[in-house]
Write a protein that binds this ligand. Structure first.
Ligand code: PBG
Length: 325
């Protein structure tokens, strides 16, 4: 018997061309979605301190950033807006001329059909208490009253130019209600990206700086419990039945098992959101020279894709698209 093994997995690893030939996980910039923040009432773009490289945009700088992303080949843009005034019910969200609506109009005008314009349908950017919905007199998040507001918001977003609305609030029945409202408004073509398995996560911390969300308490009564994986399949069944066109898992890195399960069961395309805390922790380590930034970014994005994501929302979308393009 030979002293050497017959099976030599290293044979296919010797050159870059051999590795590329058999690579299982492949990327195209069109699968990437860039989240963007716009803030009402500022004259200059403002850096987000906990997310180095990420900016709160003015409307003109938003346009520029959208153009830059599209030119890099990024497939989608997800818009979040910070209004000048917040109140208990998030009134600015339902103002036809509110900041998110204006931002969507400008972005849709700038990019046309060259990228998918997406909007965040949620109230936490707009409420002064920071919850994702309106509250009952005793301070709980009122599911059905919130869903009614989401439905009205989604119609405003579609009218402002959103091709796809992102339902990130984790209210029960939100997909069905938004679908019905969009259809009633003649917006049958507006797609719904459902945040199907969105966990109550510490990794959203920097995002709350970006949207100036001053949440007291937590979101554990509506977002999923990090201990719970089977619940993601229950949420998937409901969102698909209610008409979700895409389903999402969020955060990404700490929930790759959930992502794989959802990808194995979903009948619609699957997205994953590499969230603010995932971005911040890697950037912070890289800034100290503790990690190889570029390799770590590529590795985490590959992991998310390998775990089953068709679409990835990431603050590195432009950079990653340029590297892939
Ligand atoms: C809710 C929303 C959040 C994020 C996206 N949509 C915050 C939350 O649920 O607390 C977080 C995204 C990130 O951390 O990058 N509007």
């Amino acid at each position: 018997m030979s002293r050497h093994p017959t099976h030599r997995p290293r044979r296919l690893r010797h050159t870059p061309a051999l590795r590329d030939l058999v690579a299982e996980t492949n990327w195209h910039p069109a699968h990437l979605v860039l989240p963007l923040f716009v803030k009402e009432g500022i004259t200059d773009p403002t850096p987000v301190p906990t997310m180095p490289g990420v900016t709160q945009h003015t409307l003109p700088s938003l346009r520029k950033a959208a153009r830059e992303a599209v030119d890099a080949g990024v497939g989608g843009l997800m818009l979040f807006a910070v209004p000048e005034r917040k109140d208990a019910v998030g009134s600015a969200a339902l103002d036809p001329d509110g900041i998110l609506q204006r931002a969507l109009r400008e972005t849709a005008d700038e990019v046309g059909d060259a990228a998918v314009v997406m909007s965040d349908v949620c109230l936490d950017e707009f409420t002064d208490h920071g919850h994702c919905g309106v509250l009952t007199p005793d301070g709980r998040v009122d599911n059905d009253a919130t869903v009614e507001r989401y439905a009205a918001m989604a119609v405003l977003h579609a009218e402002a130019g959103a091709h796809c609305v992102g339902l990130s609030g984790m209210m029960d029945g939100q997909v069905a209600a938004v679908r019905a409202a969009l259809d009633a408004a003649g917006r049958q073509e507006t797609a719904i990206l459902a945040y199907t398995a969105k966990y109550a996560s510490a990794f959203y911390g920097p995002f709350r700086d970006a949207v100036e969300c001053d949440l007291r308490g937590d979101r554990t009564t509506y977002q999923m419990d990090p201990r719970d994986a089977a619940g993601a399949l229950r949420e998937l069944a409901l969102d698909e039945a209610e008409g979700a066109d895409l389903v999402m898992v969020k955060p990404a890195l700490a929930y790759l098992d959930v992502l794989r399960t959802i990808a194995d069961h979903a009948r619609v395309p699957v997205a994953a959101y590499q969230v603010s805390g995932e971005y911040a922790m890697l950037e912070a380590a890289a800034a100290r020279g503790w990690i190889d930034r570029d390799r770590a970014i590529a590795e985490t994005l590959t992991a998310v894709r390998r775990a089953g994501a068709d679409v990835v929302l990431t603050y590195w979308a432009v950079e990653a698209a340029r590297r892939l393009g």
